[in-house]
Design a protein around this ligand. Structure first.
Ligand code: B4P
Length: 186
């Protein structure tokens, strides 16, 4: 099983590159951001609670996300692996993912880190214009990324699982570099 984590700051292109990876490698796609936006659209209790965090640029609490991820993972069984897009985002989430995969006799195969500087991230997100893509919220999201999410990179680096890819250039050029990194893990 190919279990890929796609890692990077908000707007680094995780969702964009995941779309291409799922097609090329026949992977299931779990985007915690997409699942949360789906819940918001449905107006569920989970969605109502998540919206308050997302609108402020904060992370949704770990227990909510980990429970949601476990449920999603159970529905993805008929593919060659899974791409985890936007999850994990904290050390607790990373440890929970390892535990869930271990119970299935699996592990994270590789962590693709998309490196993009802040000015480019802000430009992309303002252009995208989702409700959480306004300047104040973007600033909070970048802070949260630095303080809460980037420490997780050390965890994966120590495990020898990271591949750093420059996430600037055309989507196809970046995808080519990611594919080379993925092929090395197979
Ligand atoms: P996400 O949905 O994960 O979104 P993101 O990090 O903002 O964006 P992504 O990196 O996927 O960027 P994209 O490809 O779309 O998270 C949203 C919120 O949900 C979080 O802030 C948090 O509150 C909550 N959440 C989600 N997961 C969570 C978790 N695990 N724990 C707690 N809370 C969680 O690209 C962005 C834009 O750039 C697009 O418009 C795209 O077209 C453009 N772009 C992409 N590649 C480009 C390129 N090479 N050049 C130019 N533009 C490019």
């Amino acid at each position: 099983m190919l279990n890929l984590v796609i890692f990077g700051a908000p707007g680094s292109g995780k969702g964009t590159q995941s779309e291409k990876l799922i097609e090329k490698y026949n992977l299931a796609h779990i985007s915690t951001g997409d699942v949360l936006r789906g819940e918001i659209k449905k107006g569920s209790d989970l969605g109502k609670s998540a919206k308050q965090y997302i609108d402020k640029g904060q992370l949704v609490p770990d227990d909510v996300i980990i429970g949601m991820l476990a449920e999603e993972l159970e529905t993805k069984k008929d593919k060659a692996g899974v791409i985890f897009d936007g999850f994990p985002r904290t050390l607790a989430q990373g440890e929970a993912l390892d535990k869930m995969l271990k119970e299935k006799g699996q592990e994270v195969s590789a962590v693709i880190c998309l490196d993009v500087d802040d000015a480019e991230l802000v430009k992309r997100l303002l252009q995208r214009g989702r409700t959480d893509d306004n300047l104040d919220t973007i600033k909070s999201r970048l802070e949260v990324y630095k303080n809460q999410t980037s420490p997780l990179m050390d965890y994966y680096q120590k495990a020898g699982k990271t591949a750093h890819i420059k996430g600037v250039g055309s989507v196809d050029e970046i995808f080519e570099k990611i594919s080379q990194a993925v092929d090395k893990t197979k």
